[in-house]
Design a binder for this molecule. Sequence first.
Ligand SMILES: [Zn+2]
Length: 60
Amino acid sequence: MIEHADDEHPWSTAPVRDGEPITGSCDHCEWYAVADSYAVMVKRYQDHLRDAHPDAWLRA
Ligand SMILES: [Zn+2]
C-alpha cells in the first residue's frame, strides 16, 4: 500500500540497486547529488532544502 503521495519525495522513485550510487535531484532547482546510501541522500537533500528552499524544507 502507498501511504504517501509520490511527489512528497520525488527523488525516491529512482530504482535502488546494491553497489550503485544513489542520485537525487531537487524538485525546486537544478541541484542534484550522488550518495552511497539512501540515508545519505535524504540528509543531503534535506540540507539543501534547508539552505536553498527553507519554505519547502519547513513543509517537508
Ligand atoms: Zn533546490
